[in-house]
Design a protein around this ligand. Sequence first.
Ligand SMILES: C[S@@+](CC[C@H](N)C(=O)[O-])C[C@H]1O[C@@H](n2cnc3c(N)ncnc32)[C@H](O)[C@@H]1O
Length: 244
Amino acid sequence: MSEAAAELPPVPEQAREVFGDRFADAVRYAELLADAGVGRGLIGPREVPRLWERHLLNCAVLSDVVPEGIAVCDVGSGAGLPGIPLALARGDLHITLLEPLLRRTIFLEEIVDVLGLDNVTVVRGRAEEMIGYLPPVEVVTARAVAPLDRLAGWGLPLLRPHGEMLALKGDTAEEELKAARAALGRLGAVDSCVVQAGVGLVDPPSTVVRVRVGESPGGVRAAARRARAARANRPVRGATRRHR
Ligand SMILES: C[S@@+](CC[C@H](N)C(=O)[O-])C[C@H]1O[C@@H](n2cnc3c(N)ncnc32)[C@H](O)[C@@H]1O
């Protein structure tokens, strides 16, 4: 065990409730993050003592606001947050982990294999280049990827009509939403608000900016044109991999 992995705190009681029959896999994921994740520079060693509260549980409780049996795209998944905890908590979802950096997608592929996550696909690429290339999804998730207006420019065009983007944000969520409202409108958002997830389960609850698009997510055609041009100059790297 690495020095960082030795810092892993005891598993909190709520983890059993949140992860249900995938509890043991969630523990394994925490261990892999603390060990290989830190060793390969995908997560800071200082995060290890708070891996459960601040990362695994905080992300898994997104489950509260995700409908059943739908397709989700986690934009800028990094070491798998929030996509992996969500996939563990919710075997009914089909989750694509979208991440541009090769060493991160390699780690994600390994995690998917080790945990036997047959509801997860790893795709290497930048969100703005995937518009019109990835099948549209009902929900886009993201944490710590970009300010809300930029994130919306990448995430909303990946949605189906009436889909939602769920962005995990901190204390500045209301402020960010206020500042981004005009941009969201131009991108076809018809509703946006800040909600709490995991109330009574995690303390503090996770703060989620929820942005819903209408019948036709605005700017999709133009964004798809830009994405096609970007892909033509820089072909999509790596393969889309479906785990069954
Ligand atoms: C600060 S990390 C956050 C990772 C993870 N979501 C988390 O919360 O730990 C931001 C991630 O977004 C990815 N990223 C940056 N620009 C992106 C883009 N245009 N499309 C998709 N992912 C992007 C980066 O490669 C990186 O893995």
